[in-house]
Design a protein around this ligand. Structure first.
Ligand code: M6R
Length: 364
């Protein structure tokens, strides 16, 4: 049942305000600013490091969470794709938490990586959408993301729900380790409660995103750029676009531009710049200007302030509401998904069942 939408992917994108609210409620009780995990409680003050492993979109959720755990909880984090991790024989130091993220809970490489950590890590925790899945069953603690069934092969609502749960896990770690003040924790709690309404506002930008996507659908290659929390999201935006529109896309850290990819820029190269008006904004804008100086066509995704400051000469803008800087990857996922979706629709490709791809990769 597509609930009036043309594709499951469109329905699942539109569901995000509701399911993300559900995910937030599962760890943030209404009357409190403190994160309270369902099931067995974890004590991050007894843990020194975190190893996160996943594949595809779930891997990008882990890369995003690395920024949160490092900045908010001051915890060293290693992140890897499961197919590399499992064969590398990585040492797992004492007092380590191993964290596996998987929508299906059945991804073969992620499950093998989990089994590798059994008996080595202090605790095995998973963040899953299917509580009965193999990965959930083999973990000491399985945290559900509450996204509901996801049918589109391109993961959308599972990604934002994974991010919401991972951010709350990082806040729990920060509280246990005393690395954020009560005020900072309360700010994050308030911001999380406001997130569903910001996601609704992002969805209302559908028209301007469709116009930008119409232009993208003519491109052969597309570059996505971002810094900090927007860097993993740039890679996720590129993955979404290549999966369903078959346009070649790459996500890069803006600061890497001059170390190679700038050679690709010409008038035929659209560049999607994810740039909320945060502490890294000026740096990203200067990279964006380097792109425009070489006639690259910029689609700037930013908030009111960012767009007012940097829109001169850009090809298109996509306007996001302002949110707390920790929450930008969850919000900016929406335009990344909608850009891919409308580009695929403009090209007439099979959005829900892209060629060569399976929803759940149960063989390596
Ligand atoms: O079920 P999982 O989260 O373990 O799946 C991981 C990847 O196969 C998955 O995210 C894949 O990259 C998606 N098609 C991305 O849209």
């Amino acid at each position: 049942d597509k609930a009036g939408h043309k594709h499951y992917m469109a329905k699942e994108i539109a569901e995000q305000p509701v399911v993300v609210a559900e995910a937030i409620r599962s760890c943030l009780p209404a009357a409190s600013d403190r994160i309270c995990l369902p099931g067995e409680d974890l004590d991050f003050s007894k843990l020194d490091r975190l190893t996160m492993v996943a594949c595809g979109t779930a891997f990008y959720a882990c890369l995003t969470a690395k920024y949160w755990f490092e900045r908010l909880a001051k915890m060293p984090v290693e992140v890897d794709i499961a197919s590399e991790f499992r064969y590398r024989e990585p040492p797992i130091p004492e007092r380590s938490l191993a964290l596996f993220v998987s929508q299906s809970g059945e991804t073969a490489d992620t499950l093998a990586a989990l089994r590798y950590c059994e008996g080595k890590a202090d605790k095995i925790v998973s963040v899953v959408n299917v509580p009965e899945s193999s990965i959930a069953r083999e973990s000491d603690l399985a945290l559900p993301i509450h996204a509901g069934v996801e049918i589109g092969v391109a993961s959308t609502k599972a990604f934002t729900c994974q991010l919401a749960v991972l951010l709350m896990l990082a806040l729990k770690a920060a509280a246990d380790r005393g690395t954020l003040t009560d005020e900072e924790l309360a700010d994050h709690a308030a911001a999380l409660r406001g997130l569903p309404s910001a996601l609704n506002t992002a969805l209302e930008q559908d028209n301007s995103i469709r116009v930008a996507a119409q232009r993208l659908s003519e491109a052969r290659d597309v570059l996505f750029l971002g810094r900090g929390l927007m860097y993993p999201l740039a890679m996720e935006g590129a993955l979404k676009l290549k999966e369903i529109s078959y346009i070649h896309a790459e996500g890069y850290a803006s600061g890497e531009l001059k170390h190679g990819p700038i050679a690709l820029i010409d008038k035929n190269m659209p560049v999607v710049v994810m740039a909320p008006r945060d502490v890294l904004f000026d740096k990203t804008v200067s990279n964006m200007q380097e792109v425009m100086a070489r006639k690259g066509k910029v689609i700037l995704v930013s908030d009111d302030e960012g767009i007012a400051e940097a829109q001169d000469g850009v090809w298109a803008t996509i306007r996001m509401p302002y949110v707390h800087p920790s929450l930008t990857p969850i919000l900016y996922a929406v335009p990344a998904q909608l850009l891919a979706y409308h580009t695929a629709v403009a090209k007439g490709t099979d959005v829900d069942q892209p060629r060569n791809l399976a929803k759940s990769v149960t063989v390596e």
